[in-house]
Design a protein around this ligand. Sequence first.
Ligand SMILES: C[S@@+](CC[C@H](N)C(=O)[O-])C[C@H]1O[C@@H](n2cnc3c(N)ncnc32)[C@H](O)[C@@H]1O
Length: 331
Amino acid sequence: MSLKKKYRLISLFSGSGGLDLGFLNTDCVEILLANDNNKYACESYANNIGNHIVCDDIRNLKNLPQADILIGGPPCQGFSTANPNRSLDDPRNWLFKEYVRVLSEVNPDIFVMENVSGMVTLEKGIVLKLILEELENQNFDVQYKILNAKHYGTAQSRNRTIIVGTRKGLNRTYKYPEPVVYPPLFGQFLTVGDVIIKNPISEYVHNHDVSKLSALNEERIKFIPQGGSMKDCPVELQNNSDLKRAMKRLHLNDVSPTIVHNNNDHYYHPIEHRRVTIREMARIQGYPDDYIFAGPKSEQSRQVANSVPLPFAFHIATSVINYLNDTRESY
Ligand SMILES: C[S@@+](CC[C@H](N)C(=O)[O-])C[C@H]1O[C@@H](n2cnc3c(N)ncnc32)[C@H](O)[C@@H]1O
């Protein structure tokens, strides 16, 4: 029998469960309930993680059980508004409001809200201030920090705002995880080569179909070196897209830029003249090869790109567990 404490966790906006898997990998949580309204993400979650996912709009989540931990990042498009009278009462921010509703119902000891790093500067920081105030009003001490997944054992540069709230009165300070690598001071980044080449991907693995290139892209990619992009093509092969971003080819000895969904316009393989597969994206996000993504390819891409990288999620989860263990010891 494990001597580790099992904390009860509720997961919102769970997607295919990247953040959830980070917590599960600590072996210290039991997920009571997860929620998402995307049927393909829910199918992936249910098949690979468990049937505790409720596939429904968050507004329909009612009568939730008590839990120690609440996790999840509401999509934040609604915050990006040019409305001079903006406030969190703006109906477009209802996803955040739903998170707050669940937070007040579940009343966990600690919550984690993950979001894009741009959230911090949105509307000159006013949006973040409103969010933090609203969360504090639920009786939580709230802090935020931008962390980069590359410092936490992930072969990818991915900045994320991590908001953590601890219920007032618990008398312990939550501490963000320390980086596990911080070159050149200590350690080396995990690289694209480390995760997609060193341990070759079996042809029998799921989600590993190579997409066909157009004749024009086949021609262009021959000119693009590792780490390069369409800017490296002869002018006659360029188009009017952002040349530094279009047809980005990954570098074997570097971290990947942030994995994004971008309508299947995926990065290119470091040495082969093709785009990376969903499986290669999933490796960069830290998913194990036996995790199978459901749905059409564009939905698989969305799930992988939406995820919190698993090693990053694991380090965040560990900091949460340490906090809870600490509060329990003080009883
Ligand atoms: C950034 S993704 C979450 C990724 C997840 N944390 C992970 O690590 O894999 C946000 C999720 O919110 C879900 N979502 C958006 N609107 C929703 C709603 N009204 N009710 C429930 N889920 C919703 C989306 O389907 C998407 O999967």
